[in-house]
Design a protein. Sequence first.
Length: 275
Amino acid sequence: MADQSDVESALVSIIANALYPDGTAAPSAVGNTCRVYRGAPVSPTLDADLAADVLHVSVLAGSDVKNVTRYPRVWQNVAPVAATLSVLVGADTASFSGVCAVGQLAGAAINGAIFAYAVQGNDSPATVASNLAALLRAAGWLVDYAGASLTVPGAEMFTVRVVHGALALQEIKRQNQDFYITLWCPEPASRDLASSLIDRTLATTQFIALADGSYARMIYAGSDVQDANADAALYKRTIRYRAEYPTTLSQITPAMLFGSSSVSANAEFVDTFNV
């Protein structure tokens, strides 16, 4: 579920990448050490850093939020779950390997009967094999189980599969909100160069990806420059961008393990093990 903290975090990452295009192990694009973070700076730390020619960039959400909800509430698949669990199948044996994750489904089809197990986050290949073996035994099949493998002697039609679902989102509301990117710099030159890099990067990034798989649309909303007369060591610029972003619900939608699916108006894929 995206909220303003997700937009702030995404902006911090984009700004950090603009200032450190070769990563933080290399010098910044402006020459100064740069600190990029959410929230306002702490005065003693900022003062000490400015004296050491360190540049700060803070990202802060504005308090004025406008409700622009207008889309119907429908589930949409946005990203497939990574396929990290696999299975090697022989004549009557299946061996699991890899990494287990929620959103994956393991299943067996034997003589036309289908057995499915939804993989859990704390599963291992061995526990997936164990749970699938338990389902088969409950149906009356003789199953030899050891480690991450299971064998079903006497199975005439035997196949085991692992499929992965997809992340689906449902938008429940949408909002417009301003975000303030403030540069706190020890001299005008670093401020001007850093602000130019940041503004150009954000202006060319029309949509930014959020942690839940949704996107925020970014629109330039203004800029202010301030040279503090009381403190000659502080040179500021605030760049304001307006983000339109959704609040979402998320779920994992399952993939078809065995079955049939219409692929065109005149054709249908029929699985060998469909019942």
